[in-house]
Design a binder for this molecule. Sequence first.
Ligand code: ADP
Ligand code: ZN
Ligand code: ZN
Length: 715
Amino acid sequence: MNLLSVLVQTPIHSQVAGPLSYFSERSIAAGTMVRVPLGKRDLLGVIWDRPSAESAARPEAEISADKLRPIAGEIEGIAPLSVAWRQLVTFTADYYQRSLGEVALAALPPQLRELTALQVARRIKRYAKPVDPASALSNAAAASLPLTAEQQLVINQFHSADGPFLLFGATGSGKTEVYLQIVERLLAGDASAQALVMVPEINLTPQLESRFRARFDDLFGAGAVVCLHSGMTPAQRLKSWLAAHSGVARIVLGTRMAIFASLPALRLIIVDEEHDPSYKSQEGARYSARDLAVYRARLEGVKVLLGSATPSLETWHHSRSVAEGGRYVRLQMPSRIGQHASLPLVRRVDMNHQPKKCVIAPPLLEAIAERVARGEQSLVFLNRRGYAPVLHCADCDWKSECPHCSAYRVFHKIDRTLRCHHCGYTERVPRACPACGNPDIAPMGRGTERLEEHLAELLADVRRPNSISAQWPTGEPVRIARIDADSTRLKGELESQLARVHAGDVDVLVGTQMIAKGHDFRRITLVAAINPDGALFSSDFRAAERLFGLLMQAGGRAGRDADISAQSEMWLQTFHPQHPLFEALKRHDYPAFAARQLQEREQAAMPPFSFQALVRAEARTQEVAQGFLAVASRGASAVPDAAQLNRLITLYPPVPMSIQRVANVERSQMLIESPSRTALQNFLSAWQGVLHTTRQGPHGRGLIRWAIDVDPLLI
Ligand code: ADP
Ligand code: ZN
Ligand code: ZN
C-alpha cells in the first residue's frame, strides 16, 4: 500500500493548509492528477511531494490507518505536472500566505476531473500539426518587419545577457514587434520551445492574439497560439490548458492567470505593460503575476522580459545600474516609429482661468472641433462612468447614498437608475427627494454618459468633411461614441465599438480609462483628460504613479498613424498646471518623474524601500472587524522569534478601509511594514497561526472573513 499526499481545493482558511493523505495500490508519481473522495464528493487532486520527515514545516493532519481512503482514480492520458510547476505553486502559497490546495487547484481547469484518456487524446490531437523547421525559419524571416536601429539594438542586448529585462520603450516604439521577433527566433530555433506572453487585460488579448496568429499560424501551424484568460468558457480554457500542458501550443497569450499555465518546455516569459495593476489579483491568493513571472523565470532558468513605457517604480528601481545595486537589465527604445509619429504635444489648460463650472474649456472644445472638421479623431476621457456621480437635492442636501455602502450611488440616465458601483444595488430614480419631497433633484458632477451628452450639444453645429450627400449637403454631424463598463456590458459590444473607431466611423470617442490603455487606434490626433487632478492629492501613495502611467498611456493613443502629419496633442484640464507631475509629463520624461517619486518614497521608507502587507477583516460592525485585528496584533508578540522580529516589523493599528462599508459589511485593515522582505515573510508565516486561533476564539465571533494581502497595491 502506498501512502500519498494529495492536494485538493480545501475550503478557504480551513486549518488544512497542506496536502491530504490517501492510499493506492500502486505508487504514483508526484504531479499526477487524480480523483479523490472528500466527504461525499469526488474532487480533482494533485499528487504532491511527500514532505521529508525533518522538513515537514506544514504538519499534515494525522490520520489513522483505518480512516485512510483510497484515491478514486488517476486522470489518464495526462503527463504529471512538472517539478517546476509544483515549486511555483509552493512558492506562491508560501509567499502570499494561502493554502497549497487553493493555489494549485485554482490554476487547473476543473473539467479535468471528468476527462477519460480517450477524450484527452482526442482534444490534444485535433490541433497538433507537424511543422517543418527549415521552412518555418525562412518563412519567419519573410514575415517580420525590417527592424529599426533601436529595435535591433534591444534584441541584440536581449540575446547577449541573462536578464531579467525591462524593455523601457515609448508608446508606439515598436515593443510588440520586438516581442514577436524574440518569440519567433526562439520557436524557430527549437522545435519544442514554448513562450508565455502576458497582457494585463482581456480586452487587449484579441488584438495581440490576431497579431501573433497572423505572424505564427503559418510558421508553426494553426493552434500554435492559444489564449488563457478568465473571459473564456470552461471548455475553451480546458482546450488551451491541454494544448499548453501537452506541448502542442507553442505560445500562450494570457492575462494574469496564465502565469500558472503548465508549460513543459517554457523558454521565455514576456510581460507586456508590466506596470498595470491588473497583474495583481484582488481576490483569493492575491498574487502579482508580474512578480511571479520573474520568480518563475529564475526557477526554470529562462529569460523574462517586462515591457512598459511607464514601468512600475519597483521594476524601474530594480533596473537601475549594476553599480547602484540594480538587478534587471534596462533596455531602451525612446523613439516612436514613423516619420511623423513624434510623441504628442502636451497642453495644460489652467482651469482657474476658464469660465466657472465649465466642463470642457473653450480652447479644448475649439481644438476638438478643428479635428472633426479635418476628419481626424479625438479621444476624451474621464475617470467616472455613469451620467453623474450623485443625485442631489438643493433644498435639504439629500444625496443618493447607497443604503448598504459608505459610497454614493451613481445616476445612470440611460435607464434612469441609481446604481451602486460597489455592491451593485440598483433602484429606479425617485420622482422626488426621498427626504423632503422636493421634486427638483438634480445631477451633481459628471460621468462619461453626461459628458457624451454635453459634447454632443457643444459640437452640434460642427460639420465633418464628407462626400456630398443628399441628406447632409454641407457635411455630416459629429459622430460621438462612448466606451466604458456600461456601454460594453454585453458580449461583443466592446469589439464592435472598437471596430467602429478603427473603421473611422467615430469622430469623438468618450470613455473611462478603459480606452486609454493599449488600443492601437489609428486616426486619433487629440487626447484629452477632463479631470485628472483627483489623484494628485490622494492619500494613496501610489496614486501619482498610476496617474502618470495612465496619462502617458492615453497620450500614446494619439498620433499613431504615420499618414496623418498633424501634430498630435494631449490636453490636460487642471487647476494645478505647475504640478511637477504635469511638468514631467509635458517633457514625456518618465525617468525624471520616477526619480522624484523614488526619492520621496525613500525618504518616507515606502515601497520599494520597504515591504508591506495588509490584513483585512470584514464583519457586520467595525468594532468586531477592528477588534479581531487588534487582538491578533497583540498576539504577534507571542510568535517565535518575536524579539528579533520586533526590530524589523512594524504593526500599525487597525483602521477602517477607505470605502468602509460595502453591501452592509464593515471593512477594516491593518498595515504591516518591514525594511526586510524576508523578515516580513517569516513574520507573516509565523503570525498566520495567531490569526487562525484568534478567528476560532471569542474575538473571532461575528467575523465574516479575513485575508492577508502581501505587497498590496491599494492601501
Ligand atoms: P508599442 O507596442 O511599443 O506601443 P507597436 O509594437 O504596437 O508599439 O508598434 C507601433 C506601430 O509601429 C505598429 O503599427 C507596428 O506595426 C509598427 N512597427 C513596429 N516595428 C516596426 C518596424 N520595424 N518597421 C515599421 N513599422 C513598425
Ligand atoms: Zn430634499
Ligand atoms: Zn452599495
